[in-house]
Design a protein around this ligand. Structure first.
Ligand code: MG
Length: 171
């Protein structure tokens, strides 16, 4: 048990959706996925990393991804989302008034196709190395929506993420 609120673990959640379009690239959790459709986006469209960034920022009450990386800013056009995740991890674990350690993250990707199972291991490994944590601290899960809704019709991809962080210093 944590003895005071300043030392307690903190939880955050994140959610993101991107539309799918024929002929565009699909990247999820930093991994290129062979697919007939890919993401319509200002960045590389890595909807899983965007949800994860929001979960981490939420755990630290540091706002959201749109606040830190506005899609009106040309600097973020086509950006590799692993760079955004690196920056978010830096805000949370780097030099700041309050710094944290990442305990674990958990991601659920809803996508009708393709099947993501063959890519899950590399996704976990990729996220772990970007966040400088162990693969055992990173969970990535995938589901279809049984052909229901916009995900089921192949119009988009929906992602939920959770993150737990624990304070390491109070300066
Ligand atoms: Mg997004």
């Amino acid at each position: 048990m944590c003895s005071s609120i300043e030392t307690c673990p903190r939880v955050g959640n994140g959610y993101d959706v991107h539309a799918l379009k024929e002929g565009l690239p699909m990247r999820l959790c930093g991994v290129d996925i062979p697919s007939a459709k890919g993401f319509v986006a200002h960045s590389d469209g890595d909807v899983a990393i965007h949800a994860l960034c929001d979960a981490l920022l939420g755990a630290a009450a540091l706002g959201d991804i749109g606040l830190h990386f506005p899609d009106s800013d040309p600097r973020y056009k086509g950006i590799d989302s692993t760079k955004l995740l690196e920056e978010v991890v830096g805000m949370i674990t780097g030099e700041a008034d309050q710094t944290y350690r990442i305990v674990n993250v958990d991601i659920t990707i809803a996508l009708q196709e393709p099947k993501l199972r063959p890519h899950i291991d590399l996704m976990r490994q990729t996220l772990a190395s970007v966040m400088n944590i162990d693969k055992s601290q990173v969970s990535v899960k995938a589901t279809t929506t049984e052909r229901l809704g916009f995900v089921g019709r192949g119009e988009g991809c929906e992602v939920w993420a959770s993150a737990m962080i624990v304070p390491v210093t109070v300066r």
